[in-house]
Write a protein that binds this ligand. Structure first.
Ligand code: NAD
Ligand code: ZN
Length: 357
């Protein structure tokens, strides 16, 4: 069992990582927040797998429990479902001393977090993330949001939870598609600030998902610590937190050009890390051999490195880099070597030739 504190002054909170924590949810919530009512929010894939155990654990600790199950998928992260949640919280008679618990992936975490941040001007918030992406990324850092038809995450807040419980056993039921999705971000942490994590991934990757699962607590601990360190120094995303966007400029462009119906986010990030590191190594910004090492790991993890057939001009346009951007300063996250990155000021010409990298 591991405990990582996200140090944010009076809003500091613990993230516990350990197999079987789901069955201790009630004990942890009761200890942190006392004798309260809890409103559990989940989706229809997660409910049949884990909602019963979560509710039993909370009830055994003497807490009053209400729950709601929403449809799964990104379309749930919207204003209509947010409004459904407000209705549910009213019916459940949630007060400011009570808590909302997100049981699910990043969609449930982001939506529930925004409801928690805004209902009654803020109620307690607990996360029990059940996807790899949610465990290493979306449940750490306090960004909560819903999408608008005009774009992703356009309505949101910074709202830190009171408690996060990560139970790696929940990953056993994840499809390979969503497992790989989370791996993109895991590799990213290794690249930007944790060479030991990168080496551990190199060691396990040939054994596939099974081998990675034998070391999963350590892997999760490294990722959560890496993100917590960055968030603690730049909670509001005005500087250092940018480094978490390594590989993401290209990834977002690919996702936009494919209308979010092609590569999944983590796969697009994998591709983005590969392309940018090839570019920067060729230009002497990144230590020789880094791109080969990264590519070998991504290959062993079965992550995509082949850019889909999208014209370079379309990708540049999706990055907001058309002719009008000439001369504009761009800040791109680049690796010096595995485990070390920096923010590199450059201009739009930086990405020229990326489709042949
Ligand atoms: N807040 C942040 O800082 C942050 C960071 C990264 C991503 N995000 C957001 O996270 C979202 C993506 O998160 P996600 O990939 O977890 O998506 P998700 O919540 O849609 O979960 C992926 C799928 O897995 C299912 N699922 C969840 N847990 C499962 C389990 N244990 N076993 C079997 N199936 C399970 C879900 O029902 C869903 O179908 C996006 O909306 C993204 O914007 C937020
Ligand atoms: Zn990402």
């Amino acid at each position: 069992m591991e405990k990582i504190i996200v140090p944010l002054g009076t809003r500091s909170y613990p993230i516990h990582i350990g197999a079987g924590l789901l069955d201790s949810l009630g004990v942890y919530v009761r200890e942190a927040l006392g004798d309260i009512t809890v409103a559990v929010v989940t989706d229809d894939n997660v409910a049949p797998l884990y909602l019963g155990r979560a509710v039993r654990s909370l009830q055994s600790a003497g807490l009053t429990v209400k729950s709601i199950t929403l449809p799964h998928g990104e379309t749930t992260k919207c204003l209509n479902r947010l409004s459904d949640l407000y209705n549910f919280l009213c019916h459940a008679r949630i007060t400011r001393r009570d808590a909302v618990i997100a049981l699910g992936g990043g969609v449930i975490g982001d939506l529930t977090g925004l409801a928690a941040a805004t209902f009654l001007r803020g109620v307690h918030f607990v996360q029990l993330p059940t996807t790899l992406l949610a465990q290493v990324d979306s449940s750490v850092g306090g960004k909560v949001a819903v999408d608008l038809p005009q774009g992703k995450n356009l309505v949101g807040a910074f709202y830190q939870p009171d408690l996060v419980l990560i139970d790696p056993d929940t990953l056993n039921t994840l499809t390979d598609e969503f497992w790989r999705d989370g791996l993109g971000e895991v590799v990213k942490y290794g690249c930007i600030n944790d060479a030991a994590l990168f080496a551990l991934l190199e060691e396990c990757a040939p054994g596939g998902r099974e081998a990675l699962m034998t070391r999963i607590e350590t892997i999760l601990q490294h990722c959560v610590q890496a993100k917590a360190d960055v968030v603690a120094q730049d909670e509001r995303d005005t500087g250092l937190r940018m480094t978490l966007n390594f590989g993401h400029t290209i990834a977002h462009a690919v996702e936009t050009c494919q209308h979010y119906e092609g590569l999944r986010h983590g796969e697009a990030v994998s591709l983005g890390m590969h392309i940018i590191t090839r570019l920067t190594e060729a230009r002497g910004i990144t230590a020789p051999g880094t791109a080969d090492r990264l590519d070998a790991l991504l290959t062993a993890l079965n992550m995509p490195m082949q850019l889909p057939a999208i014209p370079e001009a379309d990708l540049l346009a999706a990055m907001g880099m058309d002719k009008k951007s000439a001369g504009k300063t761009l800040r791109v996250i680049v690796l010096q070597e595995i485990g070390r990155c920096h923010i590199h000021p450059t201009d739009v010409s930086f990405f020229n030739g990326m489709t042949s990298a």
